[in-house]
Unconditional design. Structure first.
Lengths: 564, 687
């Protein structure tokens, strides 16, 4: 199908596309403002979208890159399961990692949008729940070895029928999660967002007719497809490869080598992960849905970064990967920390393609979200769970130093947590939040950006922590002769003068009152030869305290006396 | 007894004056003088004196809106500023929130901070979240900072300590020492600008405040001096972003409150128009050259944005500031917005604008690209000969030629392409207008729709029809409405502070006492003594326990837990479609709006007339209403010749110097006794 062959005039097309974006944005606003979970309202770990009746994404809010490609797979799985069994007023719930989902913590709420007794499309809202049961508070045991340790799974159930909540399922959720009030509050918020979408799409259909709206969806997808093909066709045909190492799986710290072959042929692109190892014991595996998403993220970055995302952009893409690998895990492989695996699939494609299009890519970044869970009882004895992804250094690009303290590729419009808000809510005191100058960054004609150091003093008698940090051994890559970036680390400085302990992926750390938990994130890789860095930029780094005089001399060959 | 207002815009400085005793009106326009805006203001005053006999000595009220603050920020032309903050946190300003709204851009960077790292200094001190001192302020740490500031030629210092919203004592102490040691330097402490939590947002707020304060201080001094010299010696007021005005001295204390002063003038004007016709729900739209701005007035009061960010877009995080700013949604569709075909052949309008130079193609100043104004001219709404009071001749052929550049590839006639351009601009305006109404739980059918700006009245009645508003209202002087709105604004101050508590009877008692404290601050702010006639409105931001973001609900001094809870539930449901009756309610923020009562602008009554409406008829013009209705002949009326109480059925056109109003078929225009145009659907005919 090519654009404009159906009965939608260009003006109506433009107006309908504007309405789709306004609708997904509105869903996002409602979610962020009504959610009960800090991971949702503060970190914005959720996304909303609209799909066609066939489950093809047509509009998505700005949220999280990792959900770029999961919506379609999830909704298609639900369509398959519920064909002929959906009525107006139904809302579905699914958190099945193997059916397009990501991990059990991500609850997808999907509403079929009926117009004149026919399905016009689907609205979806996926949000990360604070806790869904399982072996540890927060549900993400870094050393889980099976999905049964990762909490309640509801792989496609009707949560609402005829616009009424189905109490039995609410009851099951309430009884199986640690913080039911929050979980049910978030479910309420999610349902409110898909209902908003249903209202807006009904208005659109009344105004233009459902046939026109459907045709506008098709036009949008084929127009994006055309633009994507044009961008790919402009790249040189060829076979591009990359390798990387994942630093342990949470159960063992044995390095895990991974690889990709990307083939550009004419206006299509094939990404082949054949040769990657089988699913590992620990929960950093991802399923095929998350893998698709990880690859689509980089394809979108290359072909049209600022344009609204939809499935059309990805029609020229084929992803090949045998079943049962670390990137295509199957039941019952654990996937709780799936983004620690999937980000490496993204980075492989990124690394393979970066030399082809320096104007759109940067060198390697700190990569891992470096998520830490701190939980226990607060000073009045009530349970608390604090989850936080951490920001870090990004790689340099051809003409600019890398970005400092930015959220990893996996997330997107994801905020760090306000220190003042944390201290008002949790028995924690933040001692320091600043650039990780000590750790440094990848040197280069353009250097990498800086990571951060964030220190928490534990104020509670009863607290413990866990986390799963990647890139704790294998450094972010440099480009074009630029230096490698630096690594992430989780440290504990015990109050009673014990030894400083350093971790990467760790299932349990007992904490004492007064202990300091330190999150360190790495700096990005450099781009180009460090010796060619302009003295002016070295001086600026010296002035800002990013470099010492000794480093300036040894790394950049800069000598204040000589340069004057 | 003349009230005078000047509004400095990007291109023009507008002046409106009104003599309340004689009913005389003075208007003038001069080119904005970018480097020193006060020159343009003086030019406008001089021109009003010469052209319409403005008597400067009779001016008793002078309100001023300008772009000095926002220009200094967007052009990065503030003063050299340093930051003093809690040890361990000097990078907070640069880290920001670390979000990447530009999701697929692998080269994304956070916005540059306004203070570079080498001018951000740390001091050992610490409070906890309740305001308790954990570590006393280490005074010795200030000595090297003072020395550095001297050596670096620092002109302003911002001070932010963690949790100062709960207890400002360390900030007060530190700011005092710095001010004593550096008497030439402006020192701003965060608690004096914002009492809200979130350290990055508050740091950015105090930094920007410090960054522009010396600039605005200097600017007001120069302006005052120049006004005095001209014999204009009444009190001077600055238009603030909250829809109210403040004295120049007050504005210098917190200059960031001036950040959106121009648009806020329009909102203040719309509120005044609503009041004049007895409507408390007003949806306002101002269509300028580059953008259109809309806002909602609810319960007679402008709504404030709780999350205002400068330079924020869909893909840029922007710079959040914690100052009260009228909630304005701005979109890139204005009279100068350019229509083009994108790389897949779809028609787009804006956000690129032809601005005032070269301007729309029809201006004949060299613009070749079709704009929204060209489309409005092409379908016959504007008269080429009388546009802008005849001061500017529009070239209809040039407009048609420019539109042909999109019409030909689309296989459309010129007039159909013109309608298509208007339709697209119309749709994005509708999305924005729905964002401030429907999406925030307000029904446009309850509101009147006040439309201003050069191109606004030409588009207003169709927008109003699509939104099913109660009535579309064209105020007096729609082309210089922001300046007119400043005449209508009242002295206002907002006091907002984070205070965290569960909603209980005890909490309400304490809260009442806290509002007493805020009232005392307001009384001191206005410096009019205990007897000052101040109108207080109390707002509380509350949320369900577990939520982070709250909803504002009005609080009354008589409220008990139940009555306030009910109002909160209702507001939450209106905003977000549900209530959680089992969840506890928490208070997070108190907000006091204080408005100093005083005389507000009266609207001059139109002289009665026994002439018929035909006396105002100046001719007929064909207007294209789209493919189904085609070209219709519309009678054209001169606004200033219309009499009170007259009513005319559409389709028709009303012309005046600064705007042209189109009334659709099946609509009726009514002229109020103060000359406001009210357009309603002709229900008899439509039904």
């Amino acid at each position: 199908m090519t654009a404009w062959q159906n009965p939608v005039d260009t003006v109506t097309q433009e107006i309908i596309e504007g309405k789709l974006m306004a609708t997904v944005d509105e869903m996002g606003i409602v979610m962020a403002r009504t959610s009960m979970s800090p991971v949702i309202y503060e970190v914005l770990d959720f996304a909303c979208g609209l799909l066609t009746a066939d489950g093809e994404l047509v509009a998505q809010m700005n949220g999280i890159t990792l959900f770029t490609g999961t919506f379609g797979v999830q909704v298609k799985a639900l369509i398959k399961k519920f064909t002929g069994n959906l009525a107006d007023g139904d809302i579905l719930l699914s958190n099945d990692p193997y059916a397009g989902g990501t991990h059990a913590c991500d609850f997808a709420v999907v509403k079929p949008l009926f117009v004149d007794d026919k399905i016009l499309g689907y609205a979806i809202n996926v949000a990360h729940y604070l806790d869904v049961g399982g072996s540890v508070p927060g549900s993400l045991a870094p050393d889980a070895t099976s999905v049964f340790q990762e909490g309640l799974r509801l792989p496609g159930v009707k949560i609402v029928r005829a616009d009424v909540f189905y109490d039995e399922i609410l009851h099951i959720i309430g009884e199986n999660v640690r913080l039911p009030e929050i979980a049910l509050g978030d479910l309420n918020a999610q349902v409110a967002t898909v209902r908003v979408a249903a209202r807006r799409m009904a208005e659109l259909s009344v105004k233009y007719g459902a046939g026109v709206v459907r045709a506008a969806f098709a036009n949008l997808l084929s127009a994006s497809e055309m633009r994507s093909r044009t961008a790919i066709a402009a790249l040189p045909d060829g076979r591009y490869t990359a390798t990387d190492v994942i630093d342990g799986d949470g159960v063992s710290s044995v390095p895990i080598p991974v690889n990709v072959v990307v083939t550009i042929a004419g206006d299509s692109i094939t990404v082949d992960f054949t040769g990657c190892p089988p699913a590992v014991a620990g929960p950093i595996n991802c399923s095929r849905g998350a893998l698709q998403s990880a690859v689509k993220t980089i394809v979108k970055a290359m072909v049209g970064p600022q344009d609204p995302s939809n499935e059309g952009w990805f029609r020229p893409l084929t992803v090949i990967a045998p079943a049962g690998t670390i990137f295509t895990a199957e039941k019952p492989s654990p996937t709780g920390w799936y983004y620690e695996g999937s980000v490496h699939a993204s980075e492989l494609v990124w690394k393979a393609l970066a030399p082809l299009m320096p104007s759109r890519f940067s060198a390697g970044s700190y990569s891992s979200l470096c998520v830490v869970y701190i939980s226990g009882k607060d000073l009045s004895g009530r349970p608390f769970i604090h989850i936080e992804p951490q920001h870090g250094g990004w790689g340099a690009s051809e003409d600019r130093d890398g970005a400092d303290a930015l959220i990893a590729l996996t997330d997107g419009d994801t905020y760090n947590y306000s220190v003042e808000v944390i201290e008002a809510r949790f028995p924690l005191r933040v001692k320091r939040y600043g650039f990780n100058i000590e750790g440094g960054t990848g040197a280069g004609r353009r250097r990498g950006g800086f990571g951060i150091v964030r220190e928490y003093e534990i104020l509670s008698e009863d607290a413990s922590a866990y986390g799963s940090f990647g890139r704790t051994v294998t450094q972010p890559w440099g480009m074009d002769g630029g230096g490698q970036g630096t690594v992430n680390a989780l440290q504990i400085a015990p109050t009673q003068g014990g030894e400083l302990r350093t971790y990467g992926r760790v299932a349990h750390i007992d904490l004492n009152k007064g202990d300091v938990l330190r999150v360190i994130t790495g700096g990005g890789g450099g781009w180009g030869d460090a010796r060619k860095r302009e003295p002016l930029l070295v001086e600026q780094d010296l002035r800002n305290g990013f470099l010492t005089e000794a480093q300036a001399l040894s790394v950049y060959g800069y000598n204040r006396e000589v340069s004057g | 007894m003349i009230r005078l207002a000047t509004d400095v815009g990007g291109t023009f400085t507008d002046l409106v004056g009104y003599d309340e005793s004689s009913g005389e009106l003075f208007t003038a326009k001069s080119l904005t003088t970018v480097r020193n805006q006060s020159r343009g203001v003086l030019n406008a005053i001089a021109s009003a004196e010469e052209a319409c006999g403005l008597r400067t000595r009779d001016v008793t009220f002078f309100a001023h809106g300008g772009t000095t603050v926002i220009n200094a920020i967007t052009e990065r032309k503030g003063v050299r500023t340093a930051l003093v903050t809690t040890a361990g946190f000097r990078d907070v300003l640069e880290i920001g929130r670390g979000n990447r709204p530009d999701l697929y851009n692998l080269q994304f960077h956070s916005p540059e901070p306004f203070v570079p790292r080498d001018l951000r200094f740390e001091v050992r001190e610490r409070l906890d979240a309740s305001g308790k001192v954990i570590l006393p302020l280490e005074l010795d740490d200030l000595r090297p900072i003072i020395a550095r500031c001297k050596a670096e030629g620092i002109e302003a210092i911002a001070v932010l300590f963690l949790h100062s919203y709960a207890n400002p004592e360390h900030e007060i102490l530190c700011a005092g020492i710095l001010a004593d040691a550096l008497p030439e330097v402006t020192v701003c402490a965060s608690h004096a600008v914002s009492r809200q939590w979130r350290e990055y947002e508050r740091t950015n707020t105090v930094v920007l405040n410090a960054y522009v304060q010396p600039i605005i201080q200097h600017y007001f001094e120069r302006l005052e001096e120049a006004l005095m010299k001209r014999g204009l010696t009444c009190p001077y007021y600055a238009m603030q972003s909250n829809g109210g005005i403040s004295t120049f001295d007050q504005a210098v204390g917190s200059p960031l409150t001036l950040v959106e002063s121009g648009p806020a003038g329009g909102v203040a004007g719309a509120a005044r128009i609503g009041d004049a016709i007895g409507e408390s729900e007003v949806l306002s739209l101002d269509v300028g050259g580059t953008t259109a701005k809309c806002s909602l007035i609810h319960g007679g009061r402008p709504t404030l944005n709780v999350d205002y960010k400068l330079e924020h877009t869909r893909i840029r995080p922007g710079h959040p500031v914690q100052v009260p700013v009228v909630d304005i949604v701005e979109i890139g569709s204005g009279g100068g917005s350019i229509a083009r075909l994108d790389d897949r052949g779809a028609l787009r309008v804006g956000p690129e604008s032809a601005g005032s130079t070269p301007g729309p193609a029809c201006y004949g100043l060299g613009g070749k690209k079709p704009t929204l104004s060209d489309a409005i001219l092409a379908i016959g709404i504007f008269d080429p000969a009388t546009f802008a009071g005849g001061s500017m001749h529009l070239d209809r052929q040039k407009a048609a030629d420019a539109i042909a550049s999109v019409a030909t590839p689309l296989g459309m006639s010129i007039e159909d392409a013109a309608i298509a351009i208007i339709d697209i601009a119309h749709a994005s305006m509708i999305n924005a207008l729905k964002l401030v109404t429907v999406q925030r739980g307000h029904d446009p059918r309850d509101a009147v729709f006040v439309v201003s700006g050069g191109a606004g009245p030409a588009l207003a009645t169709r927008l109003g029809r699509d939104l099913s508003v109660k009535a579309t209202v064209i105020p007096p002087h729609p082309g210089i409405f922001s300046a007119w709105g400043m005449l209508a604004a009242e002295p206002r101050a907002d006091f907002r502070g984070t205070w965290f508590s569960a909603l209980t009877a005890d909490a309400l008692t304490e809260l009442s006492a806290r509002f007493d404290g805020l009232e005392a601050e307001a009384i001191a702010y206005f410096a009019k003594g205990q007897d000052a006639d101040i109108r207080f409105t109390y707002q509380i931001e509350a949320r369900y326990r577990g939520q982070e973001h709250g909803v504002f609900a009005q609080y009354s001094r008589e409220d008990d837990v139940q009555s306030f809870a009910e109002r909160f539930h209702a507001n939450h449901e209106r905003a977000y479609s549900f209530r959680l009756l089992d969840a506890g309610i928490e208070i997070t923020t108190l907000h006091l709006e204080a408005v100093l009562n005083g005389p507000v602008i009266t609207l001059p009554k139109l002289p009665g007339t026994d002439r018929s409406v035909d006396a105002a008829l100046t001719g007929h013009r064909d207007v294209y209403f789209g493919a189904s209705l085609g070209w219709l002949s519309c009678p054209v009326y001169e606004r200033c010749l219309l009499g009170p109480g007259q009513s005319i059925e559409g389709p028709m056109i009303v012309e005046e110097a600064t705007a042209t109003t189109l009334v659709q078929e099946n609509q009726v225009l009514e002229v109020t006794n103060t000359g406001i145009l009210i357009i309603r659907e002709n229900s008899v005919k439509a039904g």
